[in-house]
Design a protein around this ligand. Sequence first.
Ligand SMILES: NC(=O)c1ccc[n+]([C@@H]2O[C@H](COP(=O)([O-])OP(=O)(O)OC[C@H]3O[C@@H](n4cnc5c(N)ncnc54)[C@H](O)[C@@H]3O)[C@@H](O)[C@H]2O)c1
Length: 353
Amino acid sequence: MSETVRYGIIGTGMMGHEHIRNLALVEGAEVTAYADPSLEQRWWTAQLGLEGATAYEDHRELLARAPIDAVVVASPNHTHRAVLEDVFASDLHVLIEKPLCTTVEDARYVTERAESHAGVVWMGMEYRYMAPLARLIEEVKGGTIGRLHMLAIREHRYPFLPKVGDWNRFSRNTGGTFVEKCCHFFDLMRLITDSEATRVYASAAQDVNHLDERYGGDTPDVLDNGFVTVDFENGVRALLDLCMFAEGSENEQELAATGDAGKIECRIPESTLTIGRRNPRRIETAKVEVDPAVLSAGAHHGSTFVEHLGFRRAILDGTAPQVTAEDGLRAVMIGAAAELSAAERRPVELREL
Ligand SMILES: NC(=O)c1ccc[n+]([C@@H]2O[C@H](COP(=O)([O-])OP(=O)(O)OC[C@H]3O[C@@H](n4cnc5c(N)ncnc54)[C@H](O)[C@@H]3O)[C@@H](O)[C@H]2O)c1
């Protein structure tokens, strides 16, 4: 294989376009094809100036005919399983947008299939690569705060955006807010605690957003705020504080990891990292710089670019993906446990799933 990796993008909505814009910044990456059933989306994608790229209406045509080495699956969550079954019939490398699937059953099935796939299967959990967050992870793992005991993740943001056909308004299409959006945070919890979740308790509801919208008589049913506590095997406890009617927030994500020797906080998009030590008490805050060209290529603080560097390297070097389908499955499981916990108002043991 040459040093240029040729990509096909399956699903060219908001996230597909973010992948295309970021791949344009990656040396040795070329988007040669894309597939989307929506004529309008194909038209928008044609405006991105992808010279020589072929548009397909059906992803199966792209898989059969396009001159590609790898695909990015950026179609809606509920299509992932079916699209991946077609991808697994090829030997193409694949980057799968989160969440892996909308249900634990589908995610388990896909993970099993991924294990025997010839190409690299990379799970898109790009929050790992947001620069301030990557620094926080590095410091925790490097022992800066001693032994980690608590991890708090706050996401206070705007409501779900309009999507092509507004598929994201219904849990049946997304897996529910804790699977769809929050799988990122459950993935971070696993990575930072270096452990697996055992028990989840969620208090959550849909109190504000989308309640006045109607789709053929149906009202959206996605949670818009909640607290989720997650107990880990190694005794670390983690908290997710989610609010999706919080446009009044200065930062969208704020994380705090506290150990017996200190605390690390990071804030996005402010892009700052604070390291606080207990003894002697010393608190320092530093800005974490990100290349402005990379920042403006997407909505995820430059992380999609870093993710693509890793995916391309794994393809060329034949190395294991940094984020596996199994990681995707585990994040879906915690999200599904949180959805169940909120619905039944009780703690859920992961082994129930
Ligand atoms: N990593 C992140 O932070 C992040 C952010 C946003 C979205 N996403 C994920 O990216 C995926 C796409 O989300 P989006 O926000 O771009 O949605 P979107 O609605 O903007 O785009 C989805 C596109 O997929 C197309 N599509 C539908 N069925 C298809 C199929 N079978 N084959 C090919 N294309 C198909 C639609 O026509 C649409 O153009 C979802 O899985 C979503 O969860 C990830």
